[in-house]
Structures are given as C-alpha cells and as structure tokens.
Design a protein around this ligand. Structure first.
Ligand code: ASP
Length: 576
C-alpha cells in the first residue's frame, strides 16, 4: 500500500509503509511524522507507551529521511481529522520503525517557495520530490501513454530513427558530434526526424509515428529548450481530413483523459492570411476578441502623413478610455515591437473626442474609427508585417492587462495556408517558412517559377490558446519540384547533391505522396499542467544557459579524448 492511498476503509489493518519523512512534530510524548511517497502522505503516530523503541528512534528522524514503518491504521479523533488531505481521516499507529536512509541538512525545503532555479536544478532529485513536479512528470507519462494508444489504434508503427544523423534544415543551429572513426567529420543531432520519416514513406511504411527527441542549438527562453520531444507523424497517400481528424482525436483524448476537459471537434480552422490580419499572429489567442481592424483603404491619401505613406494602416478598438500614463506605457510596448510611435483617438466617456491626429483626418476616416464613449483607438501604420507584429503584440498585452482572457477557455484552431517562403532582408534571399520539403498548395505550383513569395504552402499548424502545439505539411515527393524548391532557397546544385543527394535519389525511386506533422510535447504539457516554464515539465532540463547544474554538463574532456578525435580546442582561457 502507498502512503497516499490509505483510507478509512483500511482501518483496523496492519500495514507496512515506506517513504520519506516530510515533517515531524513532537507533541511532548506523541511524535507525529508525515510520511510521503508518490501517492501522497500518511500521518504516523509514534506513541512511547505502545512502541518505546520506535519512539526512542524517532528523535533522530529529519526531513527527507527514508523510513519503513509497520502498524495499525486507525481512525483519527474527530477533532484531529484533516479534510484538506485525502488521507486526513486516518493515521498509522506505529509499532515498528526503521530508518532506512538518512539525509543531511537540505539545501532547500520541499515546501519552500521561490527557491533559485539553479539550486533547484543542482539538486533536481530533491526538487522532483515536490508535489507539483511529481504531478507534472506523472501527467507527462500519462499524456505520452494516451498518445501512443491513439496512434497504435490507428495502425501507426513506432519506428526509431538515428540520433547520430546528418544535418536537417529546420531553421535552427545543429549540435555536432565529432566522429572518431572518420576524423574531421561530424554527425549532427537531428533537429527532427524529418528526412528519415519521408524515407520511411518511400520505404513503404505508410503510417509512422515516434516520440522523438529533437535537438536545436538555440538561445533559450521560457518557452524554448534545446532538447525538445515531439510526437512525430507521417503518412503516405495522405488525406488532409483524415490527418486532421486523427490529430484532433489525439489531442482531445489527451485533454479528456489527463485533465478531464472536453475539446469539441472538429477544431476551428483559419487561414494564415486571416489570422495575420485579424490577430496579427500565426498563433492567435482566440480566448478573447479585441480584433485588429483594417483601415488601409479608408486612409489612402489621408491628410495624416504617416497614414498616407504606409502600406498598411490597421487599428485596435480598446474598450477603455486610456489615461495619458497608460497610453505612454502602451507606446513603449509598441516601440519594443518596432513601432515608431502610437497614434490614437480617445472617445471619452463624456462624449469628447481627444486625439492629436484627429485634425488631419477626413470625415470618412473619422466615421470608420468612430467608437462608443469609453473607447481608445490605437493605430499601426507601416509595412503589413510590421503592423501585424506591433498590433498583434499590443493585442496580447492588452488582453492580459485588461483581464480580457478567460482562463477557463480552450480554443484550439488550425492555421492553414501558410506562405511557402519569406524574404530575408539581411541575407537578401528566401527562407522556407516551414521547411524545404513542404509542397505548395494545390494550384500554386506555377508561382514557384514566377513569384515564389506569393506561393502558399500546403502547411498547417495546430494552435491552442496562443501557442503553436503542432505543425506540419504535405511534402514534395517529386525530385524536380524538390530541386526547384532548393533552388529558390539558394541551395546550389552542388550543395543539393552533398547535403540531400540521398533524398533526391530516393524521391526518384517511387516516392508516394506524403504528409505529416509534429507536436511539441513540452508545449502540450505546459498547457495541460498550467505551467509557464518549460523546464517545469521536464524531469532533467538544462538551465537557461544551456547547461546542467547537477551533472556539470557540458564539461571539458581529457586531452587524450580530444587527440583521438583530432580536435584542438582554441579558446583564450581554455581550462587545462
Ligand atoms: N519536422 C517538422 C518540425 O519539426 C514537422 C513536420 O513537418 O512534420 O517542425
């Protein structure tokens, strides 16, 4: 029996319990210990009158000692019942006590709040004993179990792909592993099993899935880690409706069976264009309104120069008469996202209209912005991409600040018809919005030759509450089309051969149509567990600096190992 499982039904039974001492109280004679295991805690009572030896030993118990006890489970006196814990009606009358393991003074107490994350990670084995992390890690295991069940029932094969791999261009930096047997060459840890899963389709395994670890050498933020886990899926001869329905079944099963939330299916769908225009985002948080409105037409030839000169003019109607101070703060936020300033019109509660720009605006413009008293209209005027970015982020900021987001809502939405390519101003070339293996949407193939920037991709993301939880695409399965996509991405024919020759060869040898998707397990877990920090849903995460305070990894290695790898480390202060 587990400590957290004892119930009134078990009263009168003699039980042996093992676990960790989470607190000890000496009530002048009677000693009380809360004994904890993964299921919860059980109160132990050690009475000198019935168990003199155990009582003598109990003075040595400290927090986090491991104990084994035997005794009779009894009902607590009515005034001692603790209704806050599930085992609060009963306690174990200890007959024998054994201290199985001891612990020194701890670096932090398990019930301590606000412990520095480095210390928590340094002593992760203690940190993981906390109830919240126990819950998160167990929830994660349950999520993965449910996912496997749905995938297996749908006839998918779990196929492992290599960790020592060749670079895949998912857009992040590769982690490299030097090869000793071929000195001077490197493996890359996979950023995703993308190419392997396509090869599996070509090999005839038409339904593949894997819970795959993907490595991306990125700078870290709260919602990014370097080792992510994905549910990776690929099907041959795909039907988009079938794929979407399967993924909806997977997500809704997880939500139902992990947190008892029913997500009605089918999920909503929205084109990338619409999400961009109305929400300024490709992962819109649809739990609240505050939609962006477009004023580009009505402001053509505006008397206000900023509007007249902008390719896009859009605005938000904020349901509040903002003060000067609030407007100044909002302008700061807008500037962080690239705006030069923040034009506004206030429709005050007293009916007055206050705005430094109103005098430049035409009747038609004023009519378009006209709003109820108690509203502030703020504008974005610039390139379409900049306006989306600024207003999209202001929208999220205001949603939080004004308490517009209903936390009890779940709003899954597929975003479809992404652009194929985006122009990189710095490099003066196109990059893939999804990845280079994504095919154009049906009917847009001809745009690749003429106007690749206008082509839409047969790609989709599943978003939930403003997070992208999954993303995928239909793939290119024709060798020539793949080569054309590489050309647009400025990958020269020589590089195509060197990096992707095997894929191009495979595509030429009977490749079926294929499509797939990958879901971020940590992102899904953050939503399920209500955590804002990815590291709290991973058993052994790295810290924000990308290292592990517990093991000390990454660390330097012996000169002998380096010599075997023919590697010389050339840093100004390399430790010897
Ligand atoms: N490989 C993609 C990713 O990791 C997902 C996919 O296209 O299946 O984002």
């Amino acid at each position: 029996m587990l400590c957290g499982e004892v119930q009134a039904d078990h009263v009168g039974r003699t039980l042996t319990l093992s676990g960790w001492a989470s607190s000890t109280r000496d009530h002048g004679g009677l000693v009380f210990v809360d004994l904890r295991d993964r299921a919860g805690t059980c109160q132990l009572v050690i009475n000198p009158a019935n168990a003199p030896e155990a009582h003598a030993l109990s003075s040595r118990i400290r927090n986090e000692f491991v104990l084994r006890v035997t005794g009779e489970l009894v009902r607590r006196a009515p005034e001692a019942v603790n209704s806050k814990v599930p085992t609060g009606e009963v306690e174990l009358q200890v007959a024998t006590l054994e201290i199985v393991s001891t612990a020194p003074a701890l670096p932090f107490q398990l019930d301590e709040e606000g412990v520095d994350e480095t210390i928590r990670l340094r002593y992760r084995w203690l940190d993981l004993r906390r109830e919240r992390l126990q819950r998160n890690i167990a929830l994660r295991a349950r999520m993965v179990g449910r996912i496997r069940r749905v995938m297996e029932e749908a006839g998918f094969l779990d196929i492992q792909t290599p960790i020592l791999a060749k670079p895949t261009p998912e857009g992040a930096r590769d982690f490299l592993v030097p090869s000793r047997l071929t000195p001077g060459t490197f493996f890359a840890l996979p950023q995703s099993p993308q190419i392997y899963k396509q090869l599996l389709m070509i090999a005839g395994f038409d339904r593949y899935y894997q819970i795959a670890i993907c490595f991306r050498d990125e700078d870290l933020r709260a919602d990014r880690v370097q080792e992510i886990t994905q549910l990776d899926v690929e099907i041959a001869f795909p039907d988009q409706e079938e794929l979407f329905a399967l993924m909806e079944r997977m997500v809704s099963t997880v939500w139902r069976e992990c947190i008892d939330v029913e997500l009605p299916t089918p999920f909503r769908r929205m084109s990338w264009d619409e999400a961009d225009l109305r929400y300024g985002s490709d992962k819109p948080d649809l739990r609240f309104g505050l939609e962006i409105e477009d004023a580009t037409e009505v402001t053509r030839g505006s008397g206000f120069g900023v509007f007249a000169g902008a390719d896009a003019v859009r605005f938000l109607r904020i349901p509040k008469e903002l003060s000067r101070g609030e407007l100044a703060k909002l302008e700061e936020v807008a500037k962080e996202w690239g705006a030069k300033g923040l034009a506004y019109v206030i429709y005050a509660a007293d009916g007055e209209v206050r705005s430094p720009i109103a005098k430049f605006l035409s009747e038609a413009e004023l009519a378009a912005f006209h709003s109820e008293p108690g509203t502030t209209v703020v504008f974005g005027a610039s390139s379409p991409a900049m306006v989306s970015r600024v207003l999209g982020n202001l929208r999220l900021h205001l949603g939080r600040e004004l308490g517009l987001i209903d936390d009890s809502l779940w709003s899954p939405c597929w975003i479809v018809e992404f652009p194929m390519f985006e122009w990189d101003e710095d490099d003066q070339r196109f990059g893939a919005v999804h990845h280079p293996f994504t095919r154009p949407r049906v009917g847009d193939e001809h745009l690749l030759a003429s106007e690749p920037g206008k082509a839409k991709a047969h790609a989709y993301d599943l978003t939930l509450n403003g997070l992208e939880i999954g993303g995928g695409s239909f793939r290119i399965y024709e060798q020539e089309l793949q080569a054309q996509a590489f050309d647009i991405l400025h990958i020269s024919p020589e590089q195509q051969r060197a990096k992707f020759g095997f894929l191009l060869d495979a595509l030429a040898m009977g490749a079926p149509p294929m499509a797939g998707i990958a879901f971020g397990m940590e992102r899904m877990m953050m939503l399920l567990a209500g955590e804002s920090n990815l590291r709290d849903v991973i058993a052994f995460p790295k810290n924000q600096g990308g290292s592990d305070p517990m093991t000390g990894a990454p660390s330097d290695v012996d000169d002998k190992q380096l010599r075997e790898l023919r590697i010389r480390v050339d840093l100004p202060n390399t430790p010897k």
